[in-house]
Design a protein around this ligand. Sequence first.
Ligand code: FAD
Length: 423
Amino acid sequence: RVAVVLFTRDLRIHDNPALAAAARAAERVVPLFVHDPALPAPRFLASALADLQSSLRRLGADLVERRGDPASEAVKVARAVGAEGLGLAEDVSRYAKHRLARLTDACAAERIALRTFPGVTIVPPGSLRPAGGDHYKVFTPYWRAWQAVKLRDVERAPRSLRLPDDLPASWTRDRALSGPAGETAARRQLTSWLRHASDYEEIHDNLAADRTSRLSPYLHYGCLSPRELVSRTESVEPFVRQLCWRDFYHQVLDAFPDLRRKPYRPGATDAWKDDRTAFEAWKAGQTGIPIVDAGMRQLLAEGWMHNRARLITASFLTKHLGVDWRLGADHFYDLLLDGDVANNYGNWQWVAGTGNDTKPYRRFNPIRQAERFDPTGDYVRRYMPELADLPGKAIHQPWLVPGSRGYPAPLTLPEDVGRSTQG
Ligand code: FAD
């Protein structure tokens, strides 16, 4: 018996339900990844695949790679190796659902048994429903219901895997390991972060401390199982709550596939200015508001941004500059290593007031946020060399300190903030 496992956003061997089931049910397993030209292919993905390949080789198998439409390529491989079954993790974006629909048809035509598995989220989207609704629209009731769910057991990594003997050698390839990504790096990062996890609640919002887990890119590509993560962090409730936000937005996207383009909340105001100059300044980290610019420069430099900075920069773009949330969200999505349809567009809509926030009129004052979450100014100093000589929190309002620094005057200022000398 031969089974094909189609890897998508579950690039790991630990707690991978599709892989574990194939290893139990079949004597030979063909792990497959199809490079889909329609999806981005960052270096992070290449290194995650290299790591997956070496883990699979250690188990006695290998990674088969194909390029093209995942549905037709997967069925071609399954047919060629005489597979009876094909398994994959179920995902919620519109793109993933179309892929699954095509795969379902192609498998039916070839009489290949297709099975989907959980693994992308902790609680499968759609499995929790409030009375009278198809999904939860507000986080707190979802969190309560979510905490009461009996979770599936964490799956062990298979002990060994065997490829079919007659698999053509050309189907697998050696690749140069590039950069620290993938499951091995994710597990190492988790182990080291767990040593400090107990003070997550006090410190996670402190921008300069930079003490969140930084696991988001690994979670996005499934190098780490969110289910396993929750089992290893149970005692750190505020962290588990963040993981629940991730599940929350996945069940929102599952129920509302237009999350990327349409306001989620019926009747939400969705009128924006077409201010390209402001948008370009925001993207470049040149708005003249240091905390906003530091966040945007962190994104440019690292492909990642601290959550508090994401909130401040997104709120400034939408609520102060009045620019369309879709523009900001697309920019984040293109640059973030963890760029994720559910989390990115769900959070952007929350900030813009078109989404799941129960206080959609909320507006973060960037200066107050900076003073509270970067009280020493060290986060700004890290990304803004031209302001580094400003002491302490004076760095948050350079326009109050005389002198020219080659830094722009603010595009706009919150109403209750002192205006003075610069620009
Ligand atoms: P930690 O604080 O260590 O949290 C652990 C994990 O919990 C994260 O890795 C993430 O998977 C999940 N998580 C934490 N906060 C949230 C949240 N608010 N919503 C959903 N999941 C959360 N997260 C993404 O993974 N991809 C995105 O594209 C993305 N875009 C965002 C855009 C905006 C405007 C905002 C405000 C937030 C966005 N987030 C996104 C959520 C959050 O900022 C990141 O998940 C977090 O900063 C990642 O860093 P971490 O792994 O160190 O987080």
